[in-house]
Design a protein around this ligand. Structure first.
Ligand code: DC
Length: 219
């Protein structure tokens, strides 16, 4: 059985940045479960399936094979044998992932993949329902959050740094919409597990968050 650290929280809270750094310090494998949902989302987009059509999404799941490989320590997502990692961060892919992840067939499809990885390896796994649903017996559970304003500002700075045009108000609205969808869906909604530690990174540096989380990890 691997040593398991679960890190859940809303979009833009910094989960992946933090989890990658904790993984490096502690020697864990970083498992980004959002990327798996995004990989499936690419399949739905390519097939032209609407996230509103639950039956069509469930059917499309049948001919999708999502797998994970680690190349130079970085997670790569394969969709039916094709590496789709470069496409994962596209806005439309994130939106489709958020919408489709409310459909039970989609969640069932990825559950075993996530649990199997955590069983075999020491992992820090980030997502929305890791502490509550995927790894209820995780050794450490973190709920990482930050205010909408902070998350929007971080995203804005990130896009600006890449030279992309963007609007802070719109980013904040998108974040609120994404939160509402992830937190209010019927199946495995985003919520803090009762035994998770709440870390609000609004006024913390990356190093402070990493140090705090490493402090909870025994291994
Ligand atoms: O973390 P992310 O932005 O890459 O995730 C994309 C979407 O996938 C997110 O809006 C909700 C869904 N997701 C989920 O439902 N459960 C997870 N464990 C991870 C992601």
């Amino acid at each position: 059985m691997g040593y398991n650290v679960a890190i859940d929280g809303p979009a833009g809270a910094g989960k992946s940045t933090i989890a990658k750094l904790v993984a490096k310090k502690k020697g864990y494998i970083y498992v980004d479960t959002g990327a798996m949902y995004r990989g499936l989302a690419i399949h739905f987009l390519e097939k032209g399936v609407s996230a509103d059509d639950r039956d069509a999404v469930a059917e499309a799941c049948l001919d999708a094979d999502v797998s994970v490989k680690y190349e130079d320590g970085a997670q790569q997502i394969y969709l039916n044998g094709r590496n789709v990692t470069p496409k994962l961060r596209m806005e439309e892919v994130g939106n489709m992932a958020s919408r489709a992840s409310a459909i039970p067939a989609v969640r069932e499809k990825l559950l075993e993949l996530q649990r199997t990885l955590a069983q075999k390896e020491d992992v820090i796994m980030d997502g929305r329902d890791i502490g509550t649903n995927i790894l209820p017996n995780a050794d450490v559970k973190i709920y990482l959050t930050a205010s909408v304003e902070t998350r929007a500002r971080r995203r804005y700075d990130e896009l600006k740094a890449k030279g992309e045009e963007c609007d802070l108000q719109k980013i904040a609205r998108d974040i609120e919409e994404r939160d509402a969808r992830d937190m209010n869906r019927e199946i495995a909604p985003l919520r803090k597990a009762d035994d998770a530690v709440l870390v609000d990174s609004s006024n913390m540096s990356i190093e402070e968050v990493v140090d705090e989380i490493c402090g909870y990890c025994r291994l």
